[in-house]
Design a protein around this ligand. Structure first.
Ligand code: ZN
Length: 487
């Protein structure tokens, strides 16, 4: 839930004055002047996504979904209550990311008072801002309430896959990595600003609603049902999920290594049949085994529940995603993907990336490496073979895992396969004891926060006592084939 301070868009007057050397101004008075919050979180890959000047503490979402005969015309009516704190100067304006599609903002209040607002959309530059100007500047804690309604859109990424609010053949699925969450609710769309959530969704009877965290309440009223999901742990908006549809609901209890018991809530599309269904249900029967195995390596399970959504979805949503506490799987679950997404509950969810272009491989690499380790395979042979298979001149080496500059490349070889090779190479370089100490220390120290490459290198050096700068340069920052470590 911490947000990295970014350079304000407006340079404070006091800095200008000091640079000019012309006048001496009372610094305190100048620092107190209200500013416009930066319309960016400073992400290297999505420089116009995310916002600055505040840190969100909590989102309370109240959504009402009503299907149309043509499901693509189904409507959403929403109230997003966003509780935040300013992180520096008072804000005379601030922004939230909100890609409205066919929705319209109907009102905005700040601390209960009507506020001026304007929507700014530039899809080509991936910039969708709801700019809010409160009647009085905000400083310290403040609450903004945005009401909106209409037909939500999905967000199509540069690699052609769809995220955000997607229509399915029996409802809708809201999946948000990396930046789709702004199609469902206005938010500070950066994994650096994590918050707690309540997600209320009101749907016609006969539909189920899956979301993050624990199901706190479910009430029928008239011909509709209201569901309340609560996520009490810090969560990045990219990991928020909602899936509305007709599902078979599976419940169980999972005993954790630290003595806690958490509920399983899984939602399986009845259209998943035959072998796919048998394998899916077999995997869902492994929750306790897989989570306990991961706890042995990584420390306590960081979530408050487990579960999955298995849904038949449009082809361009054909990816599994580690949505917090309740991963999403298109059409079926296989053992490898099940462990991959479970690993992400630690790597990516409890400890999130800070920057899309620089940190994704940390978590995708670990989630790709871990299934080979838990399966008892020879990880050194597995990832050495993967490394050897791709010749030095191959274009797959040209994207450095820690310096992706084109978002079309984001979910590519460098994040998954080279990311897993990176972790194995690090294990060989620092040795098993330090490697597994590093994994647990990372999780224990940074639980609930957002941390990337610089922190990882620093911690790996701290744990091992080695200077790993050359290693990280070769494996993470350089755009060519890294050297496999000598043993
Ligand atoms: Zn992954």
């Amino acid at each position: 839930m911490s947000i990295r301070r970014v350079v304000p868009a407006v340079v404070p007057a006091v800095v200008l004055a000091l640079c000019a050397g012309a006048v001496t101004l009372p610094a305190a008075a100048e620092e107190a002047a209200p500013v416009d919050g930066p319309r960016t979180a400073g992400d290297s890959l999505f420089p116009r996504v995310g916002n600055g000047g505040y840190d969100v503490r909590r989102y309370d979402l109240d959504l009402r979904w009503t299907p149309a005969e043509d499901l693509a015309r189904s409507t959403l009516r929403g109230t997003a209550r966003v509780a935040a704190d300013t992180t520096g100067a008072a804000l005379r304006s601030f922004s939230l990311d909100f890609e409205r599609g066919g929705m319209r903002v109907t009102s905005v209040t700040v601390d209960g008072e009507p506020a001026r607002y304007a929507s700014q959309d530039d899809a080509r530059r991936i910039r969708h801002k709801l700019v809010v100007r409160p009647g009085q500047p905000v400083e310290g804690p403040f609450t903004v309430v945005v009401r909106y309604a209409g037909v939500p859109t999905r967000h199509v990424d540069e690699d052609g896959s769809a995220e955000g609010w997607n229509v399915t053949d029996d409802g809708a699925t809201f999946l948000n990595q990396p930046i789709g969450s702004m199609t469902g609710f206005p938010n500070n769309n950066t994994p650096k600003d994590k918050a707690r959530y309540s997600i209320d969704v009101d749907v016609p009877r006969g539909y189920e609603v899956a979301a993050n965290g624990v199901l706190k309440d479910r009430k029928r009223h008239g011909d509709r049902t209201w569901w309340r999901w609560v996520q009490p742990r810090p969560m990045a908006s990219e990991l928020a999920m909602i899936s509305i549809g007709q599902y078979d609901v599976r419940r169980s209890q999972v005993d954790l290594g630290d003595g806690r018991t958490v509920p399983e809530w899984s939602f399986v599309d009845p259209q998943v049949t035959g072998d796919a269904r048998r394998e899916t249900m077999r995997q869902l029967g492994r929750w306790e085994e897989v989570v306990n195995d991961l706890e042995d390596v990584l420390g306590p399970y960081p979530g408050v529940s487990v579960g999955a959504v298995v849904d038949v979805v449009p082809e361009d949503v054909n990816y599994a995603l580690e949505t917090q506490d309740r991963s999403f799987f298109p059409s079926s679950i296989d053992g490898n993907t099940f462990v991959h997404e479970a690993t992400h509950q630690w790597w990516g969810n409890s400890v999130s990336p800070t920057d899309w272009g620089q940190d994704l491989y940390v978590n995708e690499g670990m989630a790709t490496w871990m299934p080979t380790y838990l399966a008892g395979r020879d990880t050194e042979q597995t990832w050495f073979d993967a490394w050897q298979r791709v010749p030095a001149g191959d274009e797959r080496w040209t994207v450095p895992p820690g310096a992706v500059t084109d978002s079309a490349d984001l979910f590519g070889y460098q994040a998954y396969n080279r990311g897993a090779q990176f972790w194995e190479a690090l294990r060989l370089t620092i040795g098993d004891d330090d490697f597994f100490t590093l994994l647990r220390t990372w999780q224990h120290t940074f639980r609930g926060g957002s941390h990337g490459t610089a922190d990882l290198q620093a911690m790996a050096e701290d744990v091992s006592g080695d200077d790993l700068d050359a290693f990280f340069t070769d494996w993470v920052r350089d755009a060519d084939k890294p050297d496999w470590p000598e043993r």
